[in-house]
Write a protein that binds this ligand. Structure first.
Ligand SMILES: [Zn+2]
Ligand SMILES: [Zn+2]
Ligand SMILES: [Zn+2]
Length: 144
């Protein structure tokens, strides 16, 4: 998604939640858009000098509005990335069970097709699948 479209879509989601797209919120979206993996708050602050307290608050608002998605890992740090339905970049995560590092990765079309068929089959049970998550957990290159 082009940066302008991303900011327009982010502003629309915030507006729908009764929130404003302030310059600080826009800065957070900018940093996350430029990252190739979910970022912790310290990592986010290392890339853009913003007040730490405002980043906490703004991430909570962005998450509530569906702009940002919180990724849970194996350590105590929350990580944040742009919502997948906003970026239109469907992907999965590699999670390090030693240091908690999270990397984005994509799987083959064949596996995505198999997951889509599985979701369609599950609908027969009465459960209505909307999307899927698939994390691979192991040790990152630095920890292996
Ligand atoms: Zn690691
Ligand atoms: Zn991701
Ligand atoms: Zn998938």
């Amino acid at each position: 998604m082009a940066a302008d479209d991303l900011h327009l879509a982010s502003a629309a989601r915030l507006r729908a939640s009764g929130q404003r797209y302030t310059s600080n919120r826009r800065a957070v979206v900018d940093v996350l858009a430029g990252a190739d993996r979910p970022l912790t708050i310290p990592e986010l602050l290392a890339r853009r000098s913003l007040a730490q307290s405002s980043v906490y608050r703004n991430l909570a608002v962005l998450e509530d509005s569906g702009v940002v998605h919180r990724v849970t890992s194996t350590d105590e740090f929350a990580r944040f990335e742009l919502a997948e339905d906003l970026t239109e970049h469907h992907h999965h995560h590699l999670i390090c069970s030693t240091c908690g590092a999270v990397a984005d990765f994509t799987v083959s079309d064949g596996l995505e097709d198999a997951l889509a068929r599985t979701m369609a089959n599950v609908a027969a049970t009465g459960f209505r699948p909307e999307h899927h998550r698939l994390d691979l957990v192991g040790r990152c290159a630095a920890c292996a």
